[in-house]
Design a protein around this ligand. Structure first.
Ligand SMILES: NC(=O)c1ccc[n+]([C@@H]2O[C@H](COP(=O)([O-])OP(=O)(O)OC[C@H]3O[C@@H](n4cnc5c(N)ncnc54)[C@H](O)[C@@H]3O)[C@@H](O)[C@H]2O)c1
Ligand SMILES: [Zn+2]
Ligand SMILES: [Zn+2]
Length: 341
């Protein structure tokens, strides 16, 4: 089968590799219909990220169950499913207390197991690691519910947004846009999008951001101050993973406000503790803790959330190397690229 393989030392290639097969009775094999590229895949290429070479990349996908292990209870062959971006057992103490992110038996695609930018993918602990796609929800609508929507939703939740809050989202990439869409569910009075690329700010506006700020053209803290009567944002969500955006988020948050971090950082960042303490800021962060995917899917199904505008390009899997370049270099107005398998 065809698959996008991380070869090590920053190199990727679309290759012919053996098809996966059931290894444990709790596995399923999914025939992938659509997959996507995440900034975290780029981190593997650019940062190494403790990833072994010769693993298939990708952790966002939808498709059809092709084979089912004898111990799988929730699924049968032929069902349409969404892949969740992390593998969790669903039964250990951490899974039971609602923190699958710390699952004792957890695994990561493209690390312990092969990823999903391929014709087929093997999913361990399938009962807790794939989710049915209800009738009436298209693959395109479901695709982003396995990673970036739960990430954005967690960003909104960890910001403890209450109705009337001003929410500033740093980064209008796929994750920031998903965070804005999630934030709207909590009833903010204003959503402010911050980015350095005008075409992404245009996308944020198209998706309902009330105010957009280009951090390369304006002083962000001042601009957010001006947009909030001098108060600052009640909640800032960092969705980039960089020092300027985290420091900008802290500088732009109102006294007693919340900073929620969903960007992934490579380097340590200096935090202005004096400001944090004197302004009484709270800060919360996590890598995505995927729980309640069925509820997020229902929000998409009922049209309460529209993630489809985030997907700006759909290309065949054969063109995935080009798609990586477009996503990495932010070419051709691209925000998120879906690959048709
Ligand atoms: N917490 C999680 O589990 C989780 C899950 C998925 C992705 N992520 C992370 O979320 C982050 C964003 O992912 P993405 O797919 O949206 O990536 P992306 O690179 O497409 O988007 C980042 C955006 O930040 C903007 N940006 C860069 N520097 C900026 C600055 N100084 N000021 C304002 N904007 C700036 C870029 O122009 C871009 O639009 C990445 O770090 C990714 O790894 C985290
Ligand atoms: Zn991801
Ligand atoms: Zn577990």
């Amino acid at each position: 089968m065809k698959a996008l393989v991380y070869e090590g030392s920053g190199k990727i290639a679309l290759k012919d590799v053996p098809r996966p097969h059931i290894e444990q009775d709790t596995d399923v094999i999914v025939r992938v219909a659509l997959t996507a590229i995440c900034a975290s895949d780029l981190h593997v290429i650019h940062w190494g990220y403790n990833r072994p070479p010769n693993k298939i990349l990708g952790h966002e996908f939808v498709g059809v169950i092709d084979e089912v292990g004898s111990g799988v209870k929730r699924f049968k062959a032929g069902e349409r499913v969404l892949g969740i971006c992390t593998i969790q057992c669903g039964q250990c103490p951490e899974c039971n207390r609602g923190f699958p992110v710390y699952c004792h038996n957890g695994m990561r695609y493209s690390k312990e197991i092969d990823g999903a930018q391929a014709e087929y993918v093997r999913i361990p602990f399938a009962d807790a690691s794939v989710e049915p796609i209800p009738d009436g929800i298209s693959y395109e609508d479901a695709l982003l519910v396995g990673d970036i929507f739960p990430t954005g939703f967690m960003g909104a939740q960890y910001g403890s947004i209450v109705p009337g809050d001003v929410v500033a989202v740093f980064g209008a990439g796929p994750v920031g846009l998903a965070a804005m869409e999630a934030a709207r569910l909590f009833g903010p009075s204003q959503i402010i999008a911050v980015d350095i690329l005008d075409y992404r700010l245009d996308k944020a506006r198209e998706m309902g951001a009330d105010t957009v700020i280009n951090a390369q053209k304006d002083d962000v803290a001042q601009a957010i101050g001006a947009a909030t009567g001098g108060k600052g944002a009640d909640v800032s969500i960092e969705a980039v993973g960089s020092a300027p955006t985290l420091q900008g988020a802290i500088a732009s948050t109102a006294k007693g406000g919340n900073v929620s971090i969903i960007g992934i950082f490579r380097d340590p960042v200096e935090i202005p503790m004096h400001t944090m303490v004197h302004q009484g800021l709270s800060i919360r962060m996590s890598v995505v803790n995927v729980s309640g995917i069925d509820r997020l899917m229902a929000l998409v199904g009922k049209g309460k959330v529209d993630l489809k505008p985030i997907i700006t390009h759909t290309m065949p899997l054969d063109d995935i190397e080009r798609a990586y370049q477009m996503f990495d270099e932010k070419l051709d107005g691209c925000v998120k690229i879906a690959l048709r398998v």
